[in-house]
Design a protein around this ligand. Structure first.
Ligand SMILES: [Fe+2]
Ligand SMILES: [Fe+2]
Length: 239
C-alpha cells in the first residue's frame, strides 16, 4: 500500500546515496551489538549463531557502503544533505534501542526476531521499488536472504531456550517496540507543535509589544536626561 511513497523516497538519487550510506552504518552498528551479545551469552550454540549473525551484519554494512559509494561517483555534484524521510523509510534493525548487556537471552532473541522481521519486510519493499536500479535491487535481495535467516533462527532459538514462555517474551518485546514507536512519534509531534507555537507567538503575541516599545521610544527625550539628586551620589562601588 505504501509502495508509491517508498518509490518517491528512493527516486531521488542523492537521497538514495545518503540512505544507502547510512544503512551501511546502521548495519555495522548492529553487528557490534550482536558481537557483544555473542560475548555475553553462556549458551555455546547461541554464541555460534550470534557470531554468524554479526558477520552477516558487517557484510551488509559493507554491501550498502560499497553500493552507496558507487552511486555517489555517478552523481554530477557532491550531494547536499537531503530530507531523508527516515520515518517513512527507516533502515536497520532498531538495535540502537537495545542495551545488550542488560538483556537476557530470551529477551534479546525476542527483540531480535521482531527487529529482523521488520527489517525483512522493509527490505522486501525497498527491493521491489528499486527494480529499475539493478545493482541496488540486488544488494537488497542479497541482504534480505540473510535477514530472513536471522528472523527464523531467532524464533527457533527462543523456542528452544524458553519453550514454556517464548510467546510471553515475544509479546513483551512487541509492547516494548510499540512503546518506543509511540515515543518516536510523540517526539516528532512535540517538535512540530513546538515550532508551530513559537511561530504563532512570534507573529501574534510579539507585535503588540513591539508597538508598545516603539511608542515608548517615541516618548523618550533625545540625548542626556538629568536624574534626581538622591540617585546622583558618587560612584564608590561597582553596583
Ligand atoms: Fe542486516
Ligand atoms: Fe539482520
Amino acid at each position: 500500500m505504501l509502495a508509491p511513497i517508498h518509490r518517491w523516497v528512493w527516486r531521488d538519487s542523492e537521497r538514495r546515496v545518503q540512505k544507502l550510506l547510512r544503512f551501511g552504518q546502521t548495519e555495522t552498528d548492529g553487528g557490534h551489538d550482536i558481537l557483544r551479545a555473542a560475548e555475553m551469552t553462556s549458551d555455546p550454540l547461541l554464541r555460534r549463531l550470534y557470531l554468524k549473525h554479526a558477520i552477516d551484519e558487517y557484510r551488509h554494512g559493507e554491501l550498502f557502503r560499497r553500493r552507496g559509494t558507487a552511486l555517489l561517483h555517478t552523481l554530477p555534484s557532491k550531494p547536499e544533505p537531503a530530507f531523508q524521510a527516515d520515518w517513512l523509510a527507516p533502515g536497520g534493525h532498531g538495535l540502537d534501542d537495545l542495551h545488550v548487556e542488560d538483556e537476557s537471552d530470551n529477551d534479546l532473541l525476542a527483540f531480535l526476531h521482531l527487529s529482523e522481521k521488520a527489517a525483512a519486510s522493509r527490505f522486501t519493499v525497498y527491493r521491489d521499488v528499486l527494480r529499475n536500479d539493478g545493482p541496488t535491487c540486488a544488494v537488497f535481495e542479497e541482504i534480505l536472504h540473510d535477514e530472513v535467516f536471522h528472523m527464523s533462527y531467532t524464533l527457533t532459538q527462543l523456542a528452544r531456550v524458553s519453550p514454556q514462555h517464548h510467546r510471553r517474551h515475544l509479546w513483551r518485546a512487541r509492547l516494548g517496540r510499540l512503546w518506543k514507536g509511540y515515543l518516536r512519534i510523540a517526539t516528532v509531534l512535540a517538535g512540530a507543535m513546538g515550532t508551530f507555537f513559537l511561530i504563532v507567538q512570534y507573529f501574534i503575541l510579539l507585535p503588540p509589544f513591539v508597538l508598545l516599545a516603539k511608542r515608548a521610544a517615541r516618548r523618550e527625550q533625545p540625548g542626556w536626561t538629568p536624574i534626581s539628586a538622591d540617585r546622583n551620589g558618587s560612584l564608590d562601588r561597582q553596583y
